[in-house]
Design a protein around this ligand. Structure first.
Ligand SMILES: [Zn+2]
Ligand SMILES: [Zn+2]
Length: 193
């Protein structure tokens, strides 16, 4: 089965819509979003609605936690340049109570086993030492990469919502073949929720 691995959408619903279409065309049957779903981008509410409507399996990043709880961003937060406190406030104001509650409900990481292999997914902000698995997937770094080591695969999807080119990783969970996919986002067309 093909799995699409996304991260760092940062409230860019236009880019998310384009990536979801691209991943479906490529045959993805399951989609995971590894946090920083909102924060810093123009359309957080449309982003949350798109994720929920498409049954994307979501984790929380540091932006999601800060937006949903009102706590400040921790040091080393990724995301768009600019005034982070203002971006947090604008994002919080743009979301409804149901979306904030949904963000608060998201786990920081997930693990599962398939075909005898273990998969661990996390946003990747903070310590990473405990995440041993055959396939480790981390967001947070906005640069995509696919690396194979003696212990397995390390996949970093990069960012969906950072600039005109979005990236994600497509993984075949049987063959353990993974590729970085790049999508030019058509910024002229607004995404609808
Ligand atoms: Zn990010
Ligand atoms: Zn992050």
């Amino acid at each position: 089965m093909k799995i699409a691995l996304l991260a760092c959408i940062h409230g860019n619903a236009r880019a998310l819509a384009d990536v979801l279409s691209h991943a479906r065309r490529k045959g993805a049957e399951e989609i995971h979003a590894l946090g920083d779903l909102v924060g810093g981008g123009p359309s957080p509410l449309a982003t949350v609605k798109l994720l929920r409507r498409n049954e994307v399996r979501c984790l929380a990043g540091e932006w999601d936690v800060a937006v949903a709880t009102g706590k400040p961003l921790p040091p080393g937060a990724c995301g768009p340049a600019g005034d982070a406190a203002q971006a947090l406030e604008e994002t919080r104001d743009a979301l409804d109570a149901a979306s904030l509650a949904w963000l608060r409900s998201l786990p920081a990481g997930t693990r599962f086993a398939r075909a005898g292999r273990t998969f661990a997914l996390a946003h990747g902000h903070g310590p990473r030492g405990v995440l041993a698995a055959d396939v480790l997937v981390l967001g947070h770094l906005h640069t995509p990469s696919v690396a194979r080591s003696s212990t397995g695969l390390l996949l970093q999807p990069g960012a969906v919502g950072d600039g005109p080119e979005a990236s994600y990783v497509l993984l075949d969970d049987q063959a353990l073949a993974a590729s970085v996919e790049r999508v030019l986002v058509d910024v002229r067309v607004p995404a609808t929720a």
